[in-house]
Design a protein around this ligand. Structure first.
Ligand code: ZN
Length: 146
């Protein structure tokens, strides 16, 4: 079985946006294929998590390696030469905002899961994410819906 469809793959190549990016669609389709259902981009939550499991009180951020300054791959540590003074502080701000959102969410009782773009093609990592979410039993924690 093909790991991702051709449609998803072509979107992976073409999109450079912070929401509905290729890596995010890839993660979503894997979660969905594993029977997990979720809400998207909940603006009521700090940092607008990409994928939200309200009854489990868990959320997933799919971080683009460049935009969020991934420390474990080339994309994250790459610096755009011509505009260094623009990109370095911008990415640093993104990282700070990510840390803050995560802290606020945890404070509100949410489990915060982060998957980096460079990890989204790693089957083991995706499997691990699915298992982690499935282990969080729905409805055992206080609900926040609406
Ligand atoms: Zn990365």
């Amino acid at each position: 079985m093909d790991f991702i469809s051709a449609t998803v793959r072509s979107r992976v190549m073409s999109r450079i946006r912070s929401q509905n990016t290729g890596p995010e669609l890839l993660v979503r389709s894997c979660l969905h294929a594993n029977g997990l259902r979720y809400k998207l981009h909940d603006r009521k939550l700090p940092g607008t998590p990409d994928i939200v499991f309200p009854s489990r009180r868990a959320c997933v951020f799919v971080h683009g390696c460049f935009w969020h300054g991934c420390k474990r791959c080339k994309d994250g540590t790459r610096v755009i030469g011509s505009n260094r003074s623009y990109w370095v502080p911008k990415i640093e701000r993104n990282r700070r905002r990510d840390r803050l959102s995560s802290k606020e969410l945890k404070h509100l009782g949410w489990q915060v899961l982060v998957i980096w773009e460079c990890e989204t093609t790693n089957r083991k990592r995706i499997r691990g994410l699915v298992d982690t979410i499935k282990r969080i039993k729905p409805g055992t924690l206080r609900r926040t819906e609406r």
